[in-house]
Design a protein around this ligand. Sequence first.
Ligand SMILES: [Zn+2]
Length: 275
Amino acid sequence: MKAHHAEVMQMNDRLPNATSRTDLRLERMNWPQIADALNAGISTVIVPCGAVEQHGPHLPLFVDAEHGTILAIEVALRLGNALVAPTIRVGCSEHHMAFPGTISLRETTFRAVCHDYCASLTRHGFKYICLLPAHGGNFKPLANMVNELNASVAPVCQIAAFTDLMSVMAVWKRVVQRQNGHGDRVGGHADIAESSLMLYLHPDLVHEEAAAAGYLPELTDAVINRIISDGLKSVTKNGILGDARGMSAEIGAECIAALADLMAEYFAAAQPEQH
Ligand SMILES: [Zn+2]
């Protein structure tokens, strides 16, 4: 077994396109690299939970999936002993279904996927799983399931979920306000912050000329409940919450860094004691 392992490692070293050993994404590593990481005590894994849903007339559908992946890598770098699981690209997006293209998981499906991710990762020896939502519609389902998930992997593994959606909005508002004074344009969906993220990550897929204002008033509980029960289109015809105008790649880069700081701090504090 050991000899075989060493042989695979050597063979891998000779491959011209061998996966970079600094890449933290599980799906881009091979099994010996993952075995080595686990043996070296890298026992934390981040699971990004994204969405593939409408993001206004100017952004592609994969905003939250791409954002989740980059955020998870940044959080893993900050934690230092973590890898990144494959992003759950599709999430709970029922409230966006009135717009063409959106794919949505039922909450029961999303819960089942999270269960199976956590069960698989636990079997491989990860001891701490961090569920990282990059889509507003995933926060509540994650909060609803985290206790059950924890019970299913205890005592060998522990699971934490970041579920404070309002703190994400606060970070975006702070960054945008400091960068160009338009903090009031952060509305939480396809707004100046999310548009800036895409301008930073995938500028070729951003139609800046179509950026516009959407629903602008404060998101009260009543409005959020209406969005959940009647769909986003009942409050915004173009699918934007906030205002997309004024975006910049600099805002996008800073939003990612600031949010990664916040989430890494949360996951570090929620981490089980290392023995
Ligand atoms: Zn989004």
